[in-house]
Design a binder for this molecule. Structure first.
Ligand code: NAI
Length: 326
């Protein structure tokens, strides 16, 4: 089966190429261009395409993929909120993803963001490099003995809950579907917001969760809360978040994902004038730490992503569908 990999970086090629000898039935072409309505025609002659979190797989892209004969969209990630699933179904295109590769990779990054933003490590690093060893502006708060609130207690949320427990925190959880847990105390969203000192978002982006963090929910949070989002930018209304930061509601904020990230994510724009005002505004606050959607980025996670993506492709080629999302 011929597969066209869109939006690939050096590390994607490196990890997939390592696995390819185990999959001689698959013939893969890697390209740098990301998938969008402008590039979708490149898929002519390929039965399957592979895309990532920052690909545009809306209605228009899917129409073109259907026209050129694509039957399978392989997401080399777990999230698929950027895919028009209904349109893909109508077009007879199967969409599969990687449901689990390393929940710990993302959870560890979430805790890293929480710690860096809370203890102002981002500032301390720069200060020490400048021979400024004064502690002004660096005071943090203990996590030990405090309450963590996990919104979405799936694989990553549970891994984060375990980490928080390891820090000596009480762990509250809010989820549409509760499951048994010895660590997590399930509560409603309002209780979680009003009792948590650290709130970490781990639910998927859906119509229901879009802007789950907004003016109303921010008002319900404790003053001096630490907020971390490693899930999807659309969970947080950025304007309301910025208003909350200005009102000093948040002690610290750590963001691996944010609205409008697709314009810049995974690109080196260090020589460019930043056109995106959301990121510029977020970066202007001393208690906000921003990373570029890198929660998944560990070697263990990339290895698992390559393996599961290629297995998904091989199964499809053999007439079996695994890890379908539509
Ligand atoms: P999962 O499917 O195991 O867990 C998601 C949880 O959210 C489930 O327990 C589900 O019941 C819950 N949920 C769904 N709708 C909800 C709602 N309306 N309110 C509260 N809870 C709700 O998914 P997993 O693997 O834990 O991933 C979570 C998210 O993390 C993904 O959807 C993705 O957006 C993000 N992610 C980010 C990465 C990064 O690099 N920053 C990498 C991988 C995933």
């Amino acid at each position: 089966m011929n597969i066209l990999f869109f939006g690939t970086k050096k590390y994607d090629r490196e990890f997939f190429e390592k696995k390819l000898p185990e999959y001689p039935q698959l013939n893969i072409t890697f390209i740098e261009a990301n998938l969008s309505p402008q590039t979708a025609t490149l898929a002519a002659g390929y039965k399957a395409i592979c895309a990532f979190v920052n690909s545009d797989i809306g209605e228009q892209t899917i129409e073109i993929l259907q026209k050129v004969g694509v039957k399978l969209i392989l997401m080399r990630c777990s999230g698929f909120n950027n895919v028009d699933l209904e349109k893909a179904k109508q077009a007879g295109i199967t969409v599969v993803h990687v449901p689990r590769y390393s929940p710990q990779a993302v959870a560890e990054h979430a805790m890293a963001l929480a710690l860096i933003a809370n203890r102002r490590i981002h500032k301390a690093y720069i200060k020490c490099r400048e021979n400024d060893f004064a502690l002004s502006g660096l005071m943090g708060v203990n996590f030990y003995g405090k309450t963590a609130g996990i919104v979405g207690t799936g694989q990553i949320g549970r891994a984060m809950a375990e980490i928080c427990r390891g820090f000596g925190m009480r762990v509250l959880g809010y989820d549409e579907y509760k499951t048994e847990s010895k660590i997590i105390e399930y509560v409603d969203l309002e209780t979680l917001l009003s009792q948590s000192d650290l709130i970490s978002l781990h639910c998927p982006l859906t119509e229901k969760t879009y802007h789950i963090i907004c003016k109303d929910t921010i008002e319900k949070m404790k003053d001096g809360v630490v907020l971390v989002n490693t899930s999807r930018g659309g969970l947080v209304d950025t304007d309301d978040l910025i208003a909350g930061i200005r009102e000093e509601k948040f002690f610290a904020v750590g963001l691996d994902v944010y609205e409008e990230e697709n314009e810049s994510v995974y690109e080196d724009l260090s020589d460019s004038i930043l056109q995106n005002s959301t990121i510029a505004r977020l970066l202007s606050f001393p208690n906000v730490v921003v990373t570029s959607h890198q929660g998944f980025f560990t070697s263990e996670a990339l290895e698992a992503i390559s393996d599961i993506t290629l297995k998904n492709a091989l199964d499809f080629a053999g007439g079996k569908i695994t890890n379908a999302v539509n």
